[in-house]
Structure formats: structure tokens, C-alpha cells
Design a protein around this ligand. Sequence first.
Ligand code: UDP
Length: 195
Amino acid sequence: PPRLSLFDLPLDPVTLDHALDTLGGWMFRDARTPHTVVTLNPEFIVQCQSQPDFVAAIQAADLVTADGVGIVWAARQLLHQDVPRAPGYDLVKGLMERHRGDLKVFMLGSKPGVAELAAQNAVRDYGIQVAGTHHGYFDLPEDQRVAELVQGSGAHLLLTAMGARRQETFNQYWRQVMGVPVMIGCGGVLDVLAG
Ligand code: UDP
């Protein structure tokens, strides 16, 4: 479906199923091209007012979904469009359920230990493969080292959970280096998976 524009940010009015089909294609049919995914929420729109690098990262994303009802409501009020919800957690869970043992995931973010626990639980619950894990508390000079860790990991899917803006700008800046077919900025998802 044609891309919408909400507060000058892109928004793709795709259903969860359609998004999962698209991401599956990127991972397994088109695996040499890196793609970034943003799940838009109202907090992002507020932060974007003062942060041009965040705006640029969202504008460069290959898929921008509505993370929750706030965006759905805004699209209805301002654009008179019905935009389905496709939250980060549902995207991640859906991909792991659909692709199971074929899927190699790198989990990046949250406090030390969380990504490892999230990975263990995802292996137990979905049978995915773990490409690697790393916590999300490092400073900009370390970005390249972490990006190269991801690059060498062979992941199909990178879950970047380092909070709004940091996760999106990291994925955008390092996308060519990391070269992962699908990179999703997904906030608290590792905390949820870690239980
Ligand atoms: N996080 C991180 N590095 C940071 C800041 C946050 O890895 O420098 C993680 C945090 O531990 C949590 C996730 O990012 O797992 C989402 O954090 P928060 O809810 O604070 O971010 P928001 O998306 O609300 O901005």
C-alpha cells in the first residue's frame, strides 16, 4: 500500500501479516540488501521535533509501522486513513514463529545480561538460532566495534533495543556495515522476551 505521511514522517499502512511477509522476503529471498524497520509511536514524533538525525533515520527506513493506538488514532484524525497496528513485539514474535530454526537473530540492547536471557528464552520457545548478543550501554566511540560484531555474525534479523532515537540512528548509520537483511528498532522487546 502507498506510504502515508504523518507529521512529515513516513508511515506504511500495512497489516501485521503483510509486514511479516515483506520482512520474510527481505530475509530469505533478498538477503544481500540491508533494510531498516521503524515502529512509530507518539513519543518518536515528539522527539523528532528537536532531533533531525532521528527524523532522517525514520525517513530512510524501508518499513515504518504503527506501533500502537496513538499512531492509529492520529492517522484517522489527520489523514482519514485506517492504519493497522504492527507493534515491534508482534513483528518479532511473528517472525520467530514463522521462521523458527531457519532464523538467525542478533539481539542488541538492554542492560547487561538481558539480551542473553532473551536469546535463551527465544531458543527454548521458538527454536531460533542466535547469531549473537550485546548489551545496549556503550558510547558512540564503541559503535563501530559493535557494528562489526553484528556484521560478522551472519544474522538475518537484528533486534536493536536501545531506546527511541539511539536504536533508529544506530541502525541507519551502520546499516551498510552491518549488512543485516532486517534490522528493527524495538525498544523494550528484549526486556519482554527476557521475562
Ligand atoms: N536501553 C539501552 N541503552 C540505552 C538506553 C536504553 O540498551 O542507552 C534499553 C533499555 O534497557 C530498555 C530499552 O532500551 O531495554 C528501552 O528503553 P526505554 O524504555 O528507556 O526507551 P524508550 O524507547 O522509552 O525511549
